[in-house]
Design a protein around this ligand. Structure first.
Ligand SMILES: C[S@@+](CC[C@H](N)C(=O)[O-])C[C@H]1O[C@@H](n2cnc3c(N)ncnc32)[C@H](O)[C@@H]1O
Length: 265
C-alpha cells in the first residue's frame, strides 16, 4: 500500500496539531508501518480513506488512536541512572525531613518504568513514614502504554537486566515468565492520560517534574512553553529533569542548570 506525499503531509500536520510531535521528513516508512495495522483492522484500502474515516469520527476516538499509534514509547527501568543517583544524593535527604506530601510528576511516563524506578529508589532511601506520603503522578498521551503501566507486569527477561537485589526487593514473580512491581510501590503512583499540549487539571507545587525524552519530539517554541509551565508548577528549590542528552539551548527559561538534564527552580 502506498503512502502518498499528500497523505503523509496530512498525517504529519494532524499529529503536530494534536500532540506537538514533529515528524521529520524521512519518517514515511515508520508512519506506514505503524498505521498499516490500523488500516487492515478497519478494512480500509488506502491512507486517504483512513484520513476520511478519522475525520468523520465525531467522537474523536479514531484521532486519539492514530496519535497513540504514532508515539514513540522507548523507555526502561533505571534509564539514565545518574538522575536517580542525584535523587538519592540530593533530593531524598531534603524530602526525608520536610513536612507534607512529596509530589513528583512524570510527564510522558510511557509504560511505567520511569515512575516505578522513582518509587523504588525513594522506597530504598526514604524513612517509611515519608515514603508513605509520596505521590507520583504519571501521565502520557498514549492509552496503550498507560494500560501496560497500570498493569505493572513486565517480562522476566526485562527484569533480568536489573540487579538481583532490585529484582528481589521490588518485583513479585507471576507465572509464566512475568514479574510484577510490588503493590507497595504501585500504590504511590496514579496514572492518567494527559496531552501536554492541552490544559493541565492538576495543581502544584511539585517537588520534581520528570519530562525526559519527551520534548525531543517537539519544536523549540513548544519546548519553551512547556518548560515555563513546568517552572510555574515546581516549588522553589524543586527540580526539573529532562534527558541528559536533551538540549534546552535556545529555550528561554528561569531554571538554574545543575548538571546534564537537571534543573532547579
Ligand atoms: C520516549 S518516551 C519517554 C519515556 C520516559 N520518560 C523515559 O525517558 O524513558 C516519550 C513519551 O512521551 C509521550 N508523549 C509524546 N507526546 C506527548 C504529549 N503531547 N502529551 C503527553 N505525552 C506525550 C509518548 O506517548 C511517549 O510515551
Amino acid at each position: 500500500m502506498q503512502l502518498t506525499p499528500e497523505a503523509f503531509a496530512k498525517i504529519r500536520e494532524t499529529l503536530y496539531q494534536v500532540s506537538g510531535i514533529k515528524l521529520e521528513t524521512g519518517k514515511e516508512e515508520l508512519v506506514k508501518a505503524r498505521l498499516i495495522k490500523v488500516l487492515n483492522k478497519l478494512d480500509l484500502a488506502d491512507f486517504e480513506s483512513y484520513l476520511e474515516h478519522v475525520k468523520r469520527d465525531t467522537s474523536g476516538e479514531e484521532l486519539k488512536h492514530m496519535v497513540d499509534v504514532l508515539t514513540t514509547n522507548k523507555t526502561s527501568f533505571y534509564r539514565e541512572n545518574e538522575h536517580f543517583e542525584y535523587v538519592k544524593r540530593t533530593i531524598a535527604p531534603v524530602l526525608s525531613t520536610a513536612n507534607g506530601p512529596l509530589r513528583i510528576w512524570c510527564a510522558g511516563c510511557s509504560s511505567g518504568e520511569e515512575p516505578y524506578t522513582l518509587s523504588m529508589v525513594l522506597n530504598d532511601c526514604l524513612p517509611a513514614g515519608r515514603y508513605a506520603q509520596l505521590q507520583i503522578l504519571a501521565t502520557d498521551i498514549s492509552q496503550r502504554v498507560l494500560s501496560t503501566a497500570r498493569a505493572a507486569e513486565y517480562s522476566e527477561e526485562l527484569a533480568a537486566e536489573l540487579p538481583e537485589v532490585v529484582r528481589r526487593k521490588h518485583f513479585e514473580k507471576l507465572p509464566p515468565g512475568k514479574v510484577r512491581v510490588r503493590a507497595e510501590l504501585r500504590k504511590r503512583i496514579s496514572f492518567a492520560r494527559l496531552n501536554l499540549m492541552g490544559p493541565w487539571p492538576m495543581r502544584g507545587p511539585f517537588d520534581a517534574i520528570f519530562c525526559r525524552n519527551v520534548m525531543i519530539y517537539f519544536d523549540k517554541p513548544t519546548q519553551e512553553s512547556l518548560v515555563n509551565r513546568y517552572y510555574a508548577l515546581i516549588r522553589p528549590g524543586g527540580h526539573m529533569f529532562v534527558s541528559r542528552t536533551e538540549s534546552l539551548a535556545g529555550v528561554q527559561h528561569p531554571f538554574e542548570y545543575i548538571e546534564p538534564g537537571v534543573y532547579r527552580r
